[in-house]
Design a protein. Sequence first.
Length: 288
Amino acid sequence: AAKSDGRGKHRFYEGGMHRNAETRRQIENDLRGALVGNGLTLNFQPIVETASETLVGFEALVRWHHPRHGEISPATFIPIAEETGLIDGIGEWVLRNACMVAAKWPEHIGIAVNLSPIQVTNPQLPALVMNALAQAGLAPERLELEITESVFLEENPATRATLQRLGAMGVRLTLDDFGTGYSGFAYLTKAPFKKIKIDRSFVSGAAERGGQKAAIVKATVALADSLGMITTAEGVETHDDLDVIRRIGCTQVQGFIFGKAVPWAEAGILARSEAPIAPNGVKSNRPR
Ligand code: C2E
Ligand code: MG
Ligand code: MG
Ligand code: MG
């Protein structure tokens, strides 16, 4: 039976349920159906330059609306897609669609697409990316590919070559969720990264007094600076956290304070608007 998470969303597939082989097979079948039958959509979350509060791009985030179980989080279905091999088809669909949508935006607006580590082990990836860009008519410099350090967990020489090739094409590479994994500094040198995305777990609550999060964000920004990379702070929801992130000097901000991921039509309107994007997060009452 479906559970509710209290916000009206079903959690049929969450919790320990996917350990059940029957349930997993059902998810796999439903997900395959969604991939071929227009059951997946892409939403786009604004990424804002911290200093100017102007929009610089969007991150494409995949959504699955299940006909019976409602919205299912990518955090739930992407791992299943990875285990069942569906990730290649889903990843290609995401990439092609994200490029097509972004090609309609003004040229200064970029698009960030998440790659599963499995996609990165596929030697066909650079050709696929090249084709998606060409078909959409999108300049490689406008595409940013987000990968996590788990890409490097298996020493795979093909992975490194693939990432070098993507970088050489002019596509920008970003290390996503920085700080959550092993975060050996060596990962930063294994691909031509242009950007570090600082994980929400360090950003959200960065303004807490006596907390250590701000110190970690600060150290990460200093590291990125000295390596010639820029940073995005992910998961900024409050004015207090935004103040801290701004003071520390993160290049970009992405978080509910500037907006959740929205459908392509809404993203298009934002992309064409010249006005700065206003932070509208909750103001904290906490005394300073
Ligand atoms: P991610 O790449 O780190 O994406 C950021 C996630 O943080 C998104 O969740 C976004 O909605 C959420 N987020 C952004 N700002 C805030 C905030 O201020 N507060 C809170 N509470 N959350 C915020 P989402 O869309 O549920 O995606 C979760 C993860 O699923 C992504 O993490 C990414 O790892 C994966 N994912 C999503 N779309 C794709 C895709 O197309 N391909 C692949 N391979 N993975 C994807
Ligand atoms: Mg990401
Ligand atoms: Mg992230
Ligand atoms: Mg994340």
